[in-house]
Design a protein around this ligand. Structure first.
Ligand SMILES: Nc1ncnc2c1ncn2[C@@H]1O[C@H](COP(=O)(O)OP(=O)(O)OP(=O)(O)O)[C@@H](O)[C@H]1O
Ligand SMILES: Cc1ncc(COP(=O)(O)O)c(N)n1
Length: 269
């Protein structure tokens, strides 16, 4: 594999290195995708929580998009933490302007430590303005509940929530099952063509899952950038996580980070 296609992460930073844009860049690099970035906000964060947030102003967001788009052939982009309605709107404006071939929206709302990474007005704007631009949206279970406006207790509820989220305008929906308690982690996929299925893997009993959602969405970006169709890319991204989650790095005192380096032994793309 000699060529590095370009991916783009539009997200917040994590000074602790395990989640947010840092997880995105590590994932893309591991999957041999050149990671470009638009920083929407900075977090002072570690495995135990988020200590401080500072967002970037809209003009600087526009400038980052323009710099990347002027010089790189971005094959796929993802959004992560966007913090509030103004920042969701700034991202929407730029996505509409630059038309990247594939857009994955990871509707990050609450960090594993409990801090809010998107306020209520931001959630509303994400639903009305950003989801219609999403080729794929990847909510976890609590995020799917908020997007669909209904509680989820079982698999039928997941199916109904996905249908409702698709009606908000996202072409393909992946509802991640990491927040469940079953022995099996089940991610539900509902594709634009109406087909749907579950992707299952054994639940790993660990709190070292910081940045799993960021990793899933940036792995989808990477596989798409390498030419896979969305169905293949979503499957491969799920398998990437199932492979690395059982072997985390023993770092930090809270929700520890993933070990992306482990994947290099596989080097399947
Ligand atoms: N304990 C676990 N064992 C196996 N797979 C897991 C586990 N936790 C998460 N996953 C996988 O990781 C991916 C992300 O799921 P999760 O529901 O944790 O997303 P998330 O809450 O958005 O993550 P984060 O907010 O930490 O970035 C899914 O593909 C899920 O199957
Ligand atoms: C900047 C940023 N983006 C996303 C997450 C979600 O990751 P997690 O739920 O594992 O904390 C995060 N913690 N920080």
């Amino acid at each position: 594999m000699s060529q590095y296609p370009t991916g783009l992460t539009i997200a917040g930073t994590d000074s602790g290195g395990g989640a947010g844009m840092m997880a995105d860049i590590k994932t893309m690099q591991t999957l041999k995708t050149f990671a470009t970035s638009v920083i929407v906000g900075l977090t002072a964060q570690n495995t135990e929580g988020v200590q401080r947030i500072e967002t970037v102003d809209a003009a600087m967001i526009d400038a980052q998009f323009a710099s990347v788009a002027a010089d790189f052939d971005v094959r796929a982009a993802k959004t992560g933490a966007l913090f509030d309605a103004d920042h969701v709107q700034a991202v929407v404006r730029n996505l509409a302007r630059f038309h990247f071939p594939v857009v994955v929206v990871d509707p990050v709302m609450v960090a594993k430590g409990g801090s809010h990474l998107l306020d209520e007005a931001g959630i509303a704007t994400l639903k009305t303005d950003l989801l219609p631009l999403a080729d794929v949206v990847t909510p976890n279970l609590p995020e799917a509940e908020l997007l669909a406006g209904r509680t989820i207790h079982n698999r039928v509820d997941v199916l109904n929530a996905a249908k409702q989220i698709q009606q908000l305008g996202a072409a393909n929906v992946v509802i991640k099952g990491g927040h469940g308690t079953d022995a099996v982690v089940a991610d539900y996929v509902k594709l634009a063509d109406g087909t749907d299925y579950w992707m299952e893997s054994p639940r790993v009993n660990t709190n070292r899952t910081h940045g799993t959602g960021d990793t899933l969405s940036s792995a989808i970006v990477s596989y798409v950038a390498h030419g896979m169709n969305l169905k293949q890319a979503i499957r491969q991204a799920h398998d990437y996580l199932a492979t690395i989650i059982p072997h985390p790095l023993p770092l930090g005192h809270g929700h520890g980070p993933l070990n992306h380096g482990l994947w290099e032994e596989h080097d399947e793309i």
